[in-house]
Write a protein that binds this ligand. Structure first.
Ligand SMILES: *Cc1c(COP(=O)(O)O)cnc(C)c1O
Length: 457
């Protein structure tokens, strides 16, 4: 067992620091500990990670390298011009890519961006003396949409999808009224289907004076090709940890910048990066701001990676969406015959959803197929989401996978389905090759019991 060193000291500010027990180990012990720990984990560096909605793609290591160079910059630097200039450049690039006017880089995740934008909507209507209390969200939406709306104090009303997996316009017309503050939507939606009537949908919302919000988590499907601003949206968030090159998992780290039209800019959170004709500065003087949602520069390392990523692509950035969509369509064609295709579209966008309900009668569930993939060195796709598809398998290959990996995935699907005929217990008990087998995931996340183990165990 290790030695623990205890210390107590008076720091430079004259404050006494409490005793803490820090374990002491040799370098070799620490290296082995973390190496072994990392091997227990799954990452995109280990194998294919087609987790729909989450966009677990390979991100160039060079962007990590660049972000690391900025590690020592502190927000209280005497001269933060170069930093603010870089952040302004990223803001401009985001504004251009989404087709809106003003950007805040501060929100620390997609959900945080949603929440920030909804607070802006709230402030906007309250300055107009309108007491709108409702947010409309499609039934295919990511769970953060209704959650953010309700955290911001709105009532949530769900809009149905039609048999094409798109907004049911009649349902929208029945539910919209002058109490609706915001209509939130992801496009392409979480079924990987582009809303063909998006302009009509936005027009309907505008007729009732509602704001429209674009959840940009699926931006890798359209980047460089289409812009939410041109579709008519008033507000957008992007998940820089999905489309823009920050490796993520288990909730962080991320950044969810928002972009808005000019008429909403005065409500943006402070500080805003402003320019006085000579210098950039952090502008706290915004009388109608919603206030602070995060301090200083936001999640700076993530922002630097995103800037490096957009600069490295330049005008070629539409290649990202071209390959994301091509890969998803290729893989969908390879495997869709084995499952039920809930919407039977000719093409999908950057991801697709199939239903494994045709195996349910034999006792095989989507979860069993997904878990068995781990034994073939593939991370399971998203399962049981979106909620409107029974036994959903939601697959997003991303733009960074090559054709061999996609072919291998299809081969694995075929072998697992063969196993389900001859030896279904392989599916029921899988995975066998991972450090832990099946866990009760809901229980593990709702009642976590973190424990500290000895490094040398
Ligand atoms: C990931 C995701 C979000 C939430 O983003 P976070 O950064 O995880 O908070 C919202 N909507 C969709 C469609 C997503 O895929």
């Amino acid at each position: 067992m290790s030695n623990y060193i205890s210390f107590s000291k008076i720091d430079d500010c004259g404050l006494e620091r409490k005793n803490i027990d820090l374990p002491e180990f040799s370098e070799l012990e620490v290296v082995r500990y973390f190496t072994n720990l990392s091997r227990k984990n799954w990452g995109v560096d280990v194998g294919f990670y087609p987790l729909g909605s989450c966009t677990m793609k390979y991100n160039p290591k060079v962007n990590d390298f660049i972000a690391e160079k900025f590690r020592d910059f502190h927000p209280f630097l005497d001269d933060n011009q170069p930093i603010l200039e870089l952040l302004k450049e990223l803001e401009n690039k985001i504004a251009y890519l989404v087709g809106l006017d003003r950007v805040s880089l501060l929100p620390a995740a997609g959900a945080h961006g949603e929440y920030t934008a909804l607070l802006i909507a709230k402030k906007y209507f309250s300055t107009k003396n309108e007491s709108r209390d409702t947010v409309l969200v499609p039934d295919s939406a990511h769970g953060t949409n209704p959650a953010s709306a309700s955290m911001a104090g709105f009532k949530v009303i769900t809009i149905k999808s039609n048999s094409q997996g798109q907004i049911d316009i009649e349902d929208l017309k029945n539910k919209i009224n002058s109490n609706v503050a915001v209509f939130m939507i992801t496009n392409p939606n979480t079924l990987g289907i582009y809303e063909k009537k998006i302009e009509e949908i936005i027009q309907i919302c505008k007729e009732y004076g509602a704001l429209t919000y674009y959840d940009g988590a699926n931006f890798n499907a359209i980047i460089g090709k289409l812009r939410p601003g041109d579709m008519g949206f008033d507000m957008v968030h992007l998940n820089l940890h999905k489309t823009f090159s920050t490796p993520h998992g288990s909730g962080g780290p991320g950044a969810g910048p928002i972009a808005v039209r000019n008429f909403l800019a005065k409500f943006l959170p402070i500080p805003l990066i402003s320019y006085d004709g000579n210098r950039y500065y952090l502008n706290f003087d915004l009388p109608e701001t919603i206030g602070m949602i995060r301090d200083f520069w936001g999640n700076f390392g993530v922002l630097i990676r995103a800037l490096a990523y957009t600069l490295s692509y330049g005008k070629e950035i539409s290649k990202v969406s071209e390959f994301a969509v091509l890969n998803a369509n290729y893989l969908r064609k390879l495997i869709k015959e084995y499952f039920i295709d809930p919407y039977d579209q000719d093409f999908c966008a950057h991801e697709f959803v199939l239903s494994a309900s045709n195996y349910k009668e034999k006792g095989i569930r989507a979860m069993d197929i997904a878990k068995r993939m781990l034994d073939y060195n593939i991370h399971p796709p998203t399962v049981y989401f979106p909620l409107i598809v029974e036994e959903a398998l939601m697959i997003e290959p991303t733009e960074t996978e090559d054709i061999n990996t996609l072919d291998y995935f299809a081969e694995v699907v075929r072998s697992i389905l063969r196993e389900s005929e001859v030896n279904p217990s392989l599916l029921k008990e899988a995975p066998f090759n991972t450090p832990v087998g099946r866990i009760n995931e809901a229980f593990a996340s709702r009642e976590p019991k973190p424990t500290r183990k000895s490094l040398t165990q």
